[in-house]
Design a protein around this ligand. Sequence first.
Ligand SMILES: *[C@@H]1O[C@H](CO)[C@@H](O)[C@H](O)[C@H]1NC(C)=O
Length: 274
Amino acid sequence: MASVTLIFLISITVLVVVFLLFWALDLLKSKLAERSQEKVRSQSLADNTQHLDKKPLIVPIRNDLELLRREPFASNIQECLVIVLSNESKTAGVCAYLNDLEVDYFVEDFPPCCQRYPNEHALRSFLGAMNTFSDKWVYAEAVTYLHNDFDLIKSVNTQGTRHARLVGKYEAKYYYRVIPQWTENFVCDNIELEEYWENMVEFTKRLLKASEFSSPKLWKRFPLNHWKRKQIFFKADDFHQVPHPGAMDNIRRQTPNLLPQVQEETTAVLVPID
Ligand SMILES: *[C@@H]1O[C@H](CO)[C@@H](O)[C@H](O)[C@H]1NC(C)=O
């Protein structure tokens, strides 16, 4: 009887030992896997950020590490970064589709009729770009929209204002969400990308000022110069999302490569009738 008990005890002990051994092996294996993954991640991040200042890093969790290494700007959700600037006579903007790795941009003089109502140039450029791009923003999870007019951004961000309602209409119609921010003081969730955003803003300022906005020299400074890029043209309808009194002038633009140098301009002339 005693030997049966002994055998029973021994076999239990053996089972427990074997179990513990397997468990320890498993643990070791997963620890090793974790460490090698960490190595890959920190390596790719180091590559990414060599040229950035030594800021604390937020590690984005993604599957496509390789893509992220090559394209820190890329996103795996439908997401856009838009920067629009304007003054009384001119507007320029850049829209980066972070999921498709594509860029649209525009540089436009306001038509003479709109320049006669310069007070609303900021809203005119803001809504003009929204009207132009909305078709492509459908279902975008986040459209981060930077504009240089502080008062406009403040108003768009305040519930119940006319500006907030206007922007809300586009959001509801095209199912996207705009995050309006000021170009001079924006919040970027991803600290790693903050400097890229700043460079994008700097570039858009150059674009607004440039006389030769298609020159390769200018675009060399564009952080996403290697992405597919397309110039977009405002239509009369885009400029007039903010209506003004009086007739609408035809749009006149200088586009060195794509259109004839100067398009016909027909200005409504008031002829006194007697
Ligand atoms: C708007 O900016 C452009 C480019 O810097 C400049 O040429 C133009 O004079 C500005 N317009 C006004 C009204 O300040």
